[in-house]
Ligand binder design. Structure first.
Ligand SMILES: Cc1ncc(COP(=O)(O)O)c(C=O)c1O
Length: 312
């Protein structure tokens, strides 16, 4: 197939059947999207609709607060469609993400670590009040975020698995994936359970306060407007160590190179599978490991041996 714009390559990702221990889990390989994450679906839909309905006009600047991947997807979409992009992000987001955005031509504004993603949202709100040239994406409140997953990810998972699903498990960042996929699946089978994955001790759905953690992309420290907690049947907390363990395990055992939130989803899936061995579980692998070279995911990797090195 030949495409005339990178945004047309978004979606229709492969679904992997992964054997974890005795259990088989279906995992949607969202890292196969063109900029490398699940957020390409949301950026492509929002920018495409906004150009078509005239709310994004030539000369405007696309602006968003993001923990990273949405920023990268918007930077890609802006470059592909000829718009400037400015991304507000927490200074704890990995340096790889910042650099990818800059390489794609976006401006990056960093906000303080202790304010989590909420600080980036607030800084953008303040700037937007005096700048009518900004096109605000607002992934945390934009229903198109949900619809990108309702019409795309959810429909694809249903078709990939032939509807043979008892439970969908996924981490909550903006909540768009969980709400969109969950709504699509439940409309077809109201008995499907939805289980949210949250960082241990930083679960907004359990009323926890924001806390620094390593599972980038989820647990942003507040409950986004588009999330309906009553939709969710259960919450599975996952520690940084568990998320990292599963991300490493998938690389070593399966050759699949995923980020920490994908590791968290798989860790949660295995816990749920062990409690309910008869459930057929689907989950998401939101992004790839290259985005995290500078983080704990790569710390202390033991399998490098130096022989005959000449440089210090
Ligand atoms: C790596 C990663 N995992 C998970 C998510 C959560 O997806 P959602 O925002 O749809 O809840 C995101 C969102 O940015 C992400 O970047």
């Amino acid at each position: 197939m030949i495409f005339d714009n990178v945004l047309k390559c978004v979606g229709n990702t492969p679904c992997l059947a992964l054997k974890l221990g005795k259990n088989l889990i279906h995992a949607k390989a969202e890292f196969m999207n063109p900029s490398g994450s699940v957020k390409d679906r949301v950026a492509a839909r929002i920018i495409d609709l906004a150009i078509n309905d005239g709310s994004l006009r030539p000369g405007m600047c696309i602006a968003e607060a993001s923990s990273g991947n949405m920023g990268i997807s918007l930077a890609m979409a802006g470059a592909a469609c000829g718009y400037d992009v400015t991304i507000y992000m927490c200074e704890t987001a990995s340096v790889e993400r910042r650099n990818i955005m800059r390489m794609l031509g976006a401006n990056v504004i960093l906000t303080p670590a202790h304010q989590s993603v909420g600080g980036a949202v607030e800084a953008l709100r303040v700037d937007a009040a005096s700048d009518p040239n900004l096109f605000l994406v607002n992934q945390f409140g934009n229903k198109e975020n949900i619809l990108a997953h309702y019409n795309g990810t959810g429909k694809e998972i249903w078709e990939d698995t032939g509807g043979n699903i008892d439970c969908f498990i996924n981490g909550i960042g903006s909540g768009g994936t969980m709400m969109g996929v969950g709504t699509y699946l439940r409309e077809r089978n109201p008995d499907i359970r939805l289980i949210a994955v949250e960082p241990k001790g930083a679960a907004s759905l359990l009323g926890h306060k924001p806390k620094l953690h390593s599972i980038e992309g989820i647990g942003d420290g507040f409950l986004p407007d588009i999330v309906k907690p009553e939709y969710i049947d259960a919450i599975q907390e996952i520690s940084d160590a568990q998320a990292i363990e599963y991300a490493r395990k998938l690389a070593r055992d399966k050759g699949i190179f995923i980020g920490m939130s994908a590791g968290a989803n798989l860790a949660a899936a295995e816990i749920v599978m062990n409690e309910h061995p008869d459930w057929r579980i689907a989950t998401i692998l939101p992004d790839r490991a290259e985005r995290y070279f500078s983080t704990q995911l790569f710390a202390g990797q033991p399998n490098i041996v130096s022989k005959g090195r000449t440089a210090a």
